[in-house]
Ligand binder design. Sequence first.
Ligand SMILES: C[S@@+](CC[C@H](N)C(=O)[O-])C[C@H]1O[C@@H](n2cnc3c(N)ncnc32)[C@H](O)[C@@H]1O
Length: 274
Amino acid sequence: MTDKVASHYSATTHNLADAIAEKLREAGKDTGALTTADLGAIDEFHVRGRKATLELAGELGLTAASRVLDIGSGLGGPARTLAEAYGCHVTGIDLTPVFCEAATALSKWVGLGDKVSFQQGDATELPFADGSFDTAMTIHVAMNIAAKDRMYAEARRVLKSGGRFGIYDVLQGEGGDVLYPVPWAREPSISHVATPDEMQSLLSGAGFKILSVRDSTDEGQQWFEAMAERMKQGGAPPLTFRTFLGDDFAEMTRNQVRNLQERRIRTVSYVCAA
Ligand SMILES: C[S@@+](CC[C@H](N)C(=O)[O-])C[C@H]1O[C@@H](n2cnc3c(N)ncnc32)[C@H](O)[C@@H]1O
C-alpha cells in the first residue's frame, strides 16, 4: 500500500529538483539566487499553500529553540516556511523518496540547508525516540493513511509532554463520495479520508487534548476556484503541482473544485497538546 502511495507522487519524474530548476529558468528566475517565495507555487503542496502553513504555525507557540517534526513533509515547503519565519529547526519525514531528495536540494538552493533536514520514512512507524520533539505538524498527509490510529499514536510518542501538534487535513464531507482523481489519489484505494467525528476520536484516543478546531472549507474552495480559472485562461504559472502530478492535474483541479463546492471534502485544522 505504501508503495502505491509513493508511486502516485512520483509518477512523472525521478529527478524532481532538476525538473523544478528547468521550470524556474523558463520563468526567467536566476537559479543561483532563489528565495522561498520563488518556490511557493510548488513546494507548499496543500490547499491555500503558504498562507495556511503560517496560520497553523502561528498556533504552535514556536520559538527559535523549538525542535519541530513535520510528518509527511513532501517537497519541504512547510518545513522551510517554519524555519524561515521562526528560526527553528525542522525535521521532515516522508514516504516518497523523490520528494525527500527534492526537499533536501531545494533547501540548499534557498540557504536553509542547516535549518531543515529530510529523511524517508513512514508516519505510522516513526524512526525517532520517545519525546524527541517540542512540536509536530502534519499537513494534508493522513488522507493517504488507513492506519490513522498508529499515525497519531506515533506523533504523540515522539512529542515531549505538553508539546503542540498541529494538523491540517482533508476530511470526508457530508456531500457524498470524493470524485477522483484528486491530488492525493488517482483512485480510491490509496485514499482514506476521515470524517470530522472520526478525527475527534482518533486524536483523543491517541492521548491528545484538542485545543482548537478550524474549518477552512470556504477559503479552500475559493483558492481552488481561482486556480481552476487561471488554468482555464491558460494563465497558470510555469511552476505548478503539474510538474510532478502530470497532465491529469487539470482534471484533479476540476474535481477539487466540485469536491469542495459540494462539500464532498472539508479542510480542517486542529491544534492539540500532547
Ligand atoms: C499532499 S502531500 C503534502 C506534503 C506536505 N505536507 C505539504 O503540505 O507540502 C502528501 C504527502 O504525504 C506523504 N505521505 C503519504 N503517506 C505517508 C506515510 N505513510 N508516511 C509518511 N509520509 C506519507 C506523501 O509522500 C506526500 O509527500
